[in-house]
Structures are given as C-alpha cells and as structure tokens.
Design a protein around this ligand. Structure first.
Ligand code: FRU
Length: 512
C-alpha cells in the first residue's frame, strides 16, 4: 500500500499543507491567549489555550517529550466544531502550548475532528488517529452525524491528513452497528510490531460495545472482533475507550453516557468505568473479572493513558462533567482543564491511582504536625492556600471511642468553602461544593464508599486554583471536582464530632 508522502516534512512545503481553517485557528489562539493572565489559569493543570477544551487526545511520548492533544474549540468557550489543541511537556506538569494540530477541513471531518490517540511510528513520524464527523441531511430534514476513523501523520508540530482517509467506516462495522456512534480510536502497538485500536460503538441493542481493529502498519485496518459488550449494564454509548496491560491484567477504561446509579459506585449521567480482567495476547481475548468507577468525584471524564519511557502507565482525564459545564467562571476566556496525570497500578483486583511522582518536585515549604487532637473545630498555623499538596491521616483519639464525623474544609473564607467529610460508621466520604460560590442548580456533592478500619483514613488532597483532587488510602479511590471559588478564599480548617487524632503534612505547589 502507498503510505503518505513524507516530503512535506522538509521546510517549504509545510505552508501549503496547512489549510485556511487550521491557519485561522492558529492565528486566533496566538493572539487571544495573551488576553488570559497567568493567574486566571490553573497553576499546574493544563487548560484550554483559548476557548473550549474537552477530552484528552493523542497522549503519547514522541521525540523526547510527552504530547497531549485535546478536543478544542479555540474561538469560543463553548463546545463547537472540534479541532485538536496541542501541548508538550517533559515532566507532565509544565506544559508548553503548540499550534493547534487538526482542524475540521476535509469532507470526511468537516463537522469535527473528534477524539482519538497518537503513536510514534518506527520511521520517526507521529501518527494521529481520530474520528472524523460529517453531517448528513436526510430527506425528512433530520440530520445524521456519520463518524469514521481517520489518520494524520506529522513531526510533532504539523500534521498531514492521510490521502486515503477514512481508514475505517461503516463497511468495517459488525452488522447492525451504528455508523453515527462510532468514535474515539485508541491505538497501541503489539510486541510483534502490528497495531491494534479500540473504538467505541453502539450495536443495534444492548448499549455500547468496544470494537477491536487490527493493522499491520497503522494505516490499513480491519475489524478483529467485539472486544467487550455492554449488554445494557453501564449506561448507553461507551465513549473514549482505552485498553492496556497492567500488572498482568487487561484493563479497559471507558466513559459511558446516560448511567444509572448503582449504590455509591456509579452515578447518574456521564460516568467512568474500568473493567479489569484476563487478556489472552495470542487471541486478543478479554475476560472480564471486576468492574469499578474510575473517579468517584464530580468532574472526571474521558481519561486516556500513556506508557512512559520508564514503564509507568499514566492516565489523564478531562476534569469536567458534561452535565456540570454550566458551572463556569464567566470572567475568563477559557473553559476546560485536565486532571493531574495519575500513575496507575492494580492491587487486589482494583485500580490504584496516584498523582505522578513528578508532582513532588513542585512541592515547597513543608508544614507538618503529628498527633494533633481535634474535637470541634480547628485550624493550624501554616496550613492554608489554594495551590497545595496535603496528606493527612486520621484515627479516633481513643481507640475504644468512635468519633461520628470528621471534615476538612478548604477554599474557605467567611462566605465560601468546599468540604470533604467522613462518617466512619458507614465509611462514607462526601465531597460537597454547595458553598463554593456556584450560582447554578447542578450537582454539587457526591458520596463514596471508602475502606476504613476503626475510623482510620488517609487522604491526599491536591488543590489548584480551580480544582480539588482527593486520593484516598494511597490511591484506592480518587475524587475530582472543579471549583471557581474566589481565590482570596484560601483557608483550610478541620472539624470533628467526637475526638480525632490527625497527622498532617502540607506543601505549597509551584510550577517550575
Ligand atoms: C466525549 C466525547 C467523545 C467525542 C468528543 C467530541 O466527551 O463525546 O465521544 O469524540 O467528546 O468532542
């Protein structure tokens, strides 16, 4: 098969291959990013360069740097025709914006370059695989979004769309499957050098399914099998799948739409799902064993992973929920931020998430207390701030006497606060941002069942200007939420009903 001509990589041809649509986006972001002050952005989470950001895309390591692309509408802080924004970093925390990588400028993607992934090719080029959306008008006036999988190759800055796009379309689908819900390819290379990708799809019945496609070279693709079927268990469409091996297990991550709650595990609306099981590499067969939510907070969706050069599986998610997009800061011209990158592992059949170890390099100014007694309310000298990494361990003051409740409040002043509260009797940890300054009638709290014996609990709380991420018991659970509380509200306080003992270490966080 003929691969794309790579001669454009030589200087001089680049200008010809950049469409007017992409050029306009690049010009716009360059001018308008200057209108957004440094302090109006998160301190160490990646946010939209200008306008709107959703899903992480193309998370990969290429030419010595991490590359992260994202669903992007540069011209407006609301969702619109999807482009791919682009940033690169050597430490996953200090991101440098690069020019927008893809724009909806071809017949097959004229209504959007939807989510997808990236991989370095053996010949040194960077391959992007994404969903092209083309709207079809039906006779009765209705419209259909046709989704196909497409490819672009480039050098880490400029990408050329493949001449034979789309590489997967309705002809490649199992019979009866939807060509309108067929999106978000995640590509990887097998040890034998061949490629696989998983794509979210909807069968005739039964909610979502994840299709597995195979390719000898990353360009020519064919359907291998249905890797996993929803069978009406978790929501309807399964978006943004990712599949990888971790600690001897196969792990499928996906983000189902229209979820119904199941106890404290899954919540209504767009959710996240992790299936852990056995994977037979010979036959590419996955046997499910366990399932769980990925994040138990309010704002986390569409995560994607990368394998780092030192062998860590690192995940990053869109720190947002489609249903809470109305909670926004009206003053700034960006919307949407990524979660912290998180290192993944499997323990006792469950997914463990920890902030990437690179975060520790941003720490400064340690303040630590041991065996602090809290009975009622307390605040501690030096424990405050809005860019904070804080670890605390709590236990009952007297082993035989259980306490009823413990809470930590942050982003707090006389008017506002967000709280994390723990009820040892039922082992429920609740995040509540009702008093964070939001004026919208949307979800502001979520409860999660956590592991706690005899009232002991370990929390790592990471605050950035516009978010909180909580890691429970060394990463057994993560809870993320965005906050737009006035930055002057930088208090942190503790509250207990019953006597509690606490050890705490707190650092400020500052980007290098
Ligand atoms: C998930 C999603 C994807 C799609 C993209 C469009 O958040 O709906 O399925 O590719 O967003 O922006």
């Amino acid at each position: 098969m003929g691969e794309p001509d790579s001669s454009w990589l030589k200087e001089g041809r680049k200008a010809d291959m950049i469409s007017q649509t992409l050029r306009e986006a690049r010009k716009y972001e360059e001018v308008f990013e200057k209108m957004i002050g440094e302090e109006e952005r998160p301190g160490f989470h990646l946010s939209a360069r200008t306008g709107w950001m959703n899903d992480p895309n193309g998370f990969s390591f290429y030419k010595g740097k991490y590359h992260l692309f994202y669903q992007y509408h540069p011209f407006d802080s609301h969702w619109g025709p999807m482009h791919w924004g682009h940033a690169a970093s050597s430490d996953l925390l200090n991101w440098e914006y690069l020019p927008a990588a893809l724009a909806p400028d071809e017949v097959y993607d004229r209504n959007g370059c939807f989510s997808g992934s990236a991989i370095p090719l053996p010949d040194g080029r960077h391959l992007l695989m994404y969903t092209g959306v083309a709207r079809e008008r039906l006779g009765n006036g209705a419209v259909n979004d046709i989704q196909t999988q497409c490819i672009a190759v480039g050098d880490g800055i400029d990408y050329e769309k493949y001449g034979k796009n789309p590489v997967l379309d309705e002809k490649d689908l199992p019979q009866g499957s939807s060509r309108c819900d067929f999106r978000d390819p995640k590509i990887w290379q097998k040890e034998d050098g061949s490629y696989r990708c998983v794509v979210g799809n909807r069968p005739g019945e039964g909610g979502g399914q994840i299709l597995l496609f195979a390719s000898p070279d990353g360009f020519q693709w064919h359907l291998e099998k249905v890797l996993v079927s929803n069978n009406n268990r978790f929501g309807t469409m399964w978006e943004c799948p990712d599949f990888f091996l971790l600690d001897g297990k196969g792990v499928l991550l996906t983000s189902p739409t229209d979820m119904l709650p199941v106890g404290f595990e899954y919540h209504n609306g767009n959710g996240t799902l992790c299936l852990i099981g056995d994977f037979d590499q010979e036959t590419d067969s996955f046997t499910e064993q366990n399932h769980q939510a990925i994040d138990y907070g309010i704002d986390f969706y569409a995560p994607q992973t990368v394998l780092t050069p030192d062998g860590r599986r690192v995940m990053i998610g869109w720190m947002q929920n489609w249903d809470t997009c109305n909670m926004r800061d009206q003053k700034v011209a960006w919307f949407g931020q990524m979660s912290l990158p998180r290192e993944l592992s499997i323990k006792d059949g469950r997914l463990i998430q920890k902030p990437v170890r690179e975060l520790e390099k941003l720490r400064q100014g340690e303040v630590a207390y041991r065996d602090v007694s809290i009975d009622g309310t307390a605040s501690l000298e030096g424990i405050q701030g809005r860019m904070v990494d804080m670890e605390l361990e709590i236990r009952p003051e007297r082993e035989e006497e259980a306490y009823h409740k413990f809470a930590v409040r942050f982003a707090q002043n006389g008017q506002y606060y967000t709280s994390l509260s723990f009820h040892p009797r039922d082992s429920i940890l609740k995040i509540d941002r009702k008093f964070s300054g939001s004026r919208r009638a949307i979800i502001h709290q979520r409860r999660s069942l956590v592991n706690s014996k005899n009232g002991k609990l370990k929390l790592r709380i990471i605050l950035d200007r516009f978010s909180v991420e909580v890691f429970v018991n060394d990463g057994e659970q993560a809870l993320s939420a965005i906050l737009y509380t006035d930055q002057a509200a930088d208090g942190i306080s503790f509250l207990s009903d019953g006597a509690v003992k606490m050890d705490i270490v707190k650092y400020g966080l500052l980007r290098g």
